[in-house]
Ligand binder design. Sequence first.
Ligand SMILES: *Cc1c(COP(=O)(O)O)cnc(C)c1O
Length: 465
Amino acid sequence: MLYSSTRGLISSASFEDVALSGLAPDGGLFIPNSLPDLSHLYDTKEDLSYTDLALEIFLPFADGIVPKQDLKTLIEKSYSSFRIPNVVQLTTAGKHQLLDLFYGPTFAFKDVALQFLGNLFEYLLAKNNKQLTLIGATSGDTGSAAIYGVRGKKNIHLFVLHPLNRVTKIQELQMTSVLDDNITNIAIEGSFDNAQAIVKEIFSDTQLRKTYNLGAINSINWVRLMAQVPYYFYAAREYRKKVGTDVEAFCVPTGNFGNIYAGYMAKQMGLPIKKLILATNANDILHRTIQTGKYTVKESTPTPAPSMDIQIASNFERYLYDIADKDTKLVASHMEDLKTGEFALTQKERDKLQSDFCSYATSTEEIYQYISSYNEQGLNVDPHTATGLCAADQFDFQNVICLATAHPSKFGDAFFKATGKKIELPSVLQELEQKQTSCIHAAADINAIKDIILTILRENKDLDQ
Ligand SMILES: *Cc1c(COP(=O)(O)O)cnc(C)c1O
């Protein structure tokens, strides 16, 4: 399989380039040149475990780069860190089924992709005798999932920038209690936006990018999206077994359009889904785009579901590339227009968008209401999952799977606000309080951060020589 950039200057990148470089050199996002038809994976009544499905789904994409036996080993290693054997599971939530995706080491769905990506990085780097430097900004969940994905991995150093005192205590401890030499936590005196702007600026330094082989760990890395496809197939098969009929729609709490784009790929690969329900919170840019055909950036609003407080959904560019029939000029012109804060879809693009997705923007009040009413029925859900459950109720589908993206105890404050009750932390998270931590504090200043990063990277280089 070869990969192209959504901006049109690259058309034959390898799986390895895509995995290790993140963004394409022309500033676009990588996308495979075709998608395999894997409908037999749904049609067959044969028993398939989660890892069986993952192997069949990843194989065509990694073809020629990772041999089947190695891929199988990587997958098995990645998912042995989960607390249940089949990685994810369905639970009943009233008339819907919930797909619980939070059984990985950090109790959030991002583990599903990042546990695999960390192992894949290590494998590809060893094969090519290369080193990789990862730099990411986080508002909470991505950082800890990335850290647990690459901690202790050879030839990788990860720097994670988080806004000082603006992530939850648990999220902070999950990151800073990891003491492996290849992990550096940096707390910025500023906001998440400051942290992200600094990371973007570091990436725009082409010299630095080359010298230290900078790579991406956020969902602009296509491998993360690929690694989220298996649970759509797995869940649809489990649904058929449990409910006795085919699932019609998946409802996905959406921020950066990564998770739902994986669902869209599953559909393109032959999973018979009628619709994807896109749930946003008050940060509703994607909901407005589906309604009006205009992608208009507004100020972001803090909500109880912070991992969805996103105004620019990077992965939407991949979908634009598909609906523009690979017309990279049209994609590039949308992205150029976006610099002014808005672009408008063509009528054709808009029709396609509305045929694939329906959407709802769940208000903050509704998020609390849903947490509380599910709690009364004996089921605890986190604020992101509640956003999705509320969205699913706006439509007439009888057979819906709602994605549960985080463990409710990770958002104890929101839970308390909604129910007046304290939610107990799982013991692994409770134990974090006693652990030693390590974190560098720094001003939100590009030069200060660059200095910190370069000093550590140079020390590592000296140690190697
Ligand atoms: C990241 C995240 C989301 C949003 O996923 P996207 O792939 O960015 O759309 C939703 N819920 C939780 C808990 C998350 O961590």
